[in-house]
Ligand binder design. Structure first.
Ligand code: ATP
Length: 140
């Protein structure tokens, strides 16, 4: 089976959407292989989102991700990476509501930044993100 890294971001955790999201995850046929709450430090947030470091929204993104706890989950399923990306929907929650009303971002996201959930976008990203969030101590 394939593994992917899913994450409920601070807006999803503080909005009490964790249990509803886990139900949607299981109903879609994923197994939750591991889960771990993370309160991102600035250093880990910058490493997690390193590919976006040149983008204008990067400082806001880092601040948002550090603003409260997130829940990281390892999901397992055939085609887990693509299927989880489909289930979460487009980055912009408003667009998600227009185009993919059943997606998690349509249901629980606020906007382009507070979009409730994350999903790895490739096998390489999944391996990197799982290693970063599950294979080291929470001290960085
Ligand atoms: P993720 O990587 O979290 O699954 P994504 O692949 O849909 O999301 P990316 O383009 O990789 O979206 O952007 C990463 C994250 O940066 C987004 O999920 C969102 O939280 C934030 N972000 C993206 N675009 C914007 C924007 N225009 N303004 C503010 N924040 C943004």
């Amino acid at each position: 089976v394939e593994r992917t890294l899913a994450m409920v971001k601070p807006d999803g955790v503080s909005g009490s959407h964790v249990e509803a999201i886990k139900t949607l995850i299981r109903d879609a046929g994923f197994t939750i292989a591991a889960e771990r709450y993370w309160h991102f430090s600035e250093a880990v947030a910058k490493e997690f989102y390193a590919e976006h470091s040149e983008r204008g929204f990067f400082p806001n993104l880092v601040e948002f991700i550090c603003s409260g706890p997130s829940l990281a989950l390892i999901l397992e399923k055939e085609h887990a990476i693509a299927d989880w990306r489909l289930l979460i929907g487009p980055t912009d929650s408003s667009r998600a509501r227009e185009e993919f009303p059943k997606s998690i971002r349509a249901k629980f996201g606020v906007d382009s930044q507070k979009n409730c959930v994350h999903g790895s976008d490739s096998r390489q990203a999944a391996i990197r993100e799982i290693a970063l969030l599950f294979e080291q101590d929470q001290t960085a």
